[in-house]
Ligand binder design. Structure first.
Ligand code: 6PG
Length: 242
């Protein structure tokens, strides 16, 4: 299905993301009594998490998972958990039992991946279905820690896997697999800056094999949030604000 494309400046994108997140959360809490969120790292955190932290939601009923994590301790500034904790979870007072981080400090990453998969099934059901995944995209088209041409992108029999040789540092990472991300009720991909312009245009071409392209082709409900720089190489027909 075509993604819903939104092109605007950063503060308007943040407001719109916050509006959709709040609407989704309220609807999910009413319908299912829980709201399951997956986060990733990079600029999406700095650009959007502080705005989302201010939402007037009942954080005791919202569960946080990670779409990917770097193989570092949770106290390391490179940790996706650490960044999300300081920008969102701590200021919003999210209770500790609602925070299901990945164990990037485990020297045995495959063991850590299994633990995260079990956590996910425990809280999100079998097969797990996230309510929303908030993802960035790299200039090479990667999402979470699923990189173009990497074997991890093809895994369809696991929920969370270890990646030992990622091209983006640090090379050792944990990541949710593409089918789990695609199964989310909403997947938000946010891209800012002109370093993302070429890859966004490539990924939206039919049949793209880039991780972002495959997500857009397979997920049911993708919101693509971009500033004008990231959207600058899109054909005019794509630039309709929805
Ligand atoms: C990570 C991320 C990764 C990130 C993209 C985009 O751990 O590095 O989860 O998938 O979201 O690389 O990062 P930028 O928005 O900072 O370019």
């Amino acid at each position: 299905m075509d993604p819903a494309i939104l092109i605007d400046d950063l503060s308007k994108l943040a407001d719109e993301l916050a509006r959709r997140f709040e609407d989704d959360a309220r609807a999910a809490l009413e319908a299912r009594g829980k709201f399951l969120v997956a986060l990733s790292g990079g600029s999406i955190a700095w650009n959007f998490f502080p705005r989302l932290a201010r939402l007037p939601l009942d954080w005791t009923r919202i569960d946080f998972f990670w779409a990917d994590e770097r193989a570092v301790p949770p106290s390391d500034p490179e940790s996706n958990f650490a960044v999300a904790y300081s920008l969102w979870l701590k200021p919003a007072n999210v209770p500790e039992p609602r925070i299901h981080r990945m164990y990037g400090e485990d020297p045995d990453l495959r063991h850590a991946a299994k633990k995260s998969a079990a956590d996910l099934e425990h809280h999100a059901g079998r097969p797990p279905r996230l309510d929303v995944a908030l993802l960035g995209v790299g200039p090479d088209g990667h999402i979470a820690s699923l990189f173009p041409g990497h074997a991890a992108l093809e895994v369809d029999d696991a929920l969370v896997i270890a990646v030992e040789d990622a091209p983006k540092p640090p090379p050792r990472r944990l990541t949710m697999t593409l089918p789990i991300l695609c199964a989310g009720r909403r997947v938000v991909v946010a891209a800012t800056g002109d370093s993302k312009a070429d890859v966004i245009a490539q990924a939206l071409k039919p049949g793209s094999r880039l991780p972002l392209g495959r997500l857009v082709q397979s997920a049911t409900n993708v919101d693509l949030l971009m500033d004008t720089a990231a959207a600058s190489k899109l054909p005019a027909v794509r630039k309709q604000v929805e």
